[in-house]
Design a protein around this ligand. Structure first.
Ligand code: HH2
Length: 299
């Protein structure tokens, strides 16, 4: 099932007093997120990702998992070739593309697979968009100065994510006075950068960056106070799946975090998240749908 909307953002007639429509435009597709949330399945073509490193490093294995992610009901496949786990080092654009190329093209040609590319390299994003990706998921919110132009000209959707520091140093001593407000202020400023480069607001989604320069209490707060970010009027993406704050809070190894990830995903959707990024697609699709029904019943 896809979430195709009727057309461009803001076109539909709106009943007085109705909740504002939230549409995410990504090239020729418009996801209507007013009443439902999307599931973004993670596909890491890496040897070293924190939870699935090496499992889908071979192109055949990655393609098979990509197709499985779609069959399990994900709306998007988030394809990445660089681990950004705490302490990781950057992967050169050429190497990222060497990993992505054999997977991205064939997956993008499968009509039902909408692909986002998880990269902070403008060069990788450019090639991925040429190969058919619909969305650029940039965990640095466009630190690469060439990124705004690459995204602007493509019509692609864009995820702007907050990170304090870099993957190499982000977990050393992250500090905030008010994490939810500071993250929202940062992302509001990045929306303006994107807009001034010609990226329309309707193409942008926002992610507080769970675990990216965050202590446990910051990650908890950013999920619990989603409304602070949602107030910017753009879809909020939450990626809590299997992350270490779950492991540390509940004393669970990385392969034992699924139930807690589902609880987090469901509550995030209930509180207003519109995209859930997850490794555990089948179960998350069900949890997110249920949470969506509960949220609708509240209105
Ligand atoms: N988390 C990771 C990577 N990309 N993108 C967004 N928008 N939000 C996230 O929370 C997010 C992300 C880290 O997870 P994973 O890709 O599984 O691990 P690794 O970076 O080790 O490959």
């Amino acid at each position: 099932m896809t979430a195709e909307g009727a057309g461009r953002a803001g076109e539909a007639a709106q009943a007085p007093g109705a909740a504002p429509r939230i549409v995410w435009r990504c090239r020729d597709r418009a996801f209507d997120l007013t009443e439902r949330a999307l599931v973004m399945g993670v596909l890491n073509v890496t040897p070293d990702s924190f939870s699935d490193g090496g499992r889908h490093f071979a192109p055949d294995a990655a393609l098979a998992r990509g197709r499985e992610i779609v069959a399990e009901g994900a709306d998007l496949v988030d394809l990445g070739a660089e681990s950004t786990r705490p302490g990781s080092a950057p992967v050169a654009a050429e190497e990222q593309w060497r990993r992505l190329e054999p997977v991205l093209g064939p997956l993008a040609r499968d009509a039902s697979a909408a692909i986002s590319v998880d990269t902070s390299s403008a060069e990788v994003a450019r090639r991925a968009l040429e190969a058919g990706a619909l969305i650029v998921n940039d965990v640095t919110a466009m630190r690469d100065a060439a990124m705004p132009e690459v995204v602007a000209g493509s019509g692609a959707g864009l995820v702007l994510m907050h990170m304090q520091g870099t993957p190499a140093d982000m977990q050393r001593d992250p500090r905030y006075d008010d994490a939810a407000r500071e993250v929202a202020a940062f992302l509001a400023a990045r929306i303006e950068v994107a807009r001034s480069a010609g990226i329309e607001t309707e193409r942008i989604a926002l992610d507080p960056g769970i675990g990216f320069g965050k202590r446990i209490e910051h990650s908890l707060e950013l999920v619990a106070r989603i409304e602070t970010l949602a107030a910017l009027g753009r879809p909020v993406v939450i990626g809590a799946s299997r992350k270490s704050f779950i492991g540390r809070l509940l004393d669970l190894d990385v392969d034992q975090r699924i139930e807690a990830g589902l609880a987090t995903a469901a509550i995030a959707v209930f509180l207003g998240a519109r995209v859930i990024r997850t490794h555990d697609v089948r179960a998350t699709v069900r949890a997110v749908r249920m949470a969506g029904h509960l949220r609708a019943a509240r209105a």
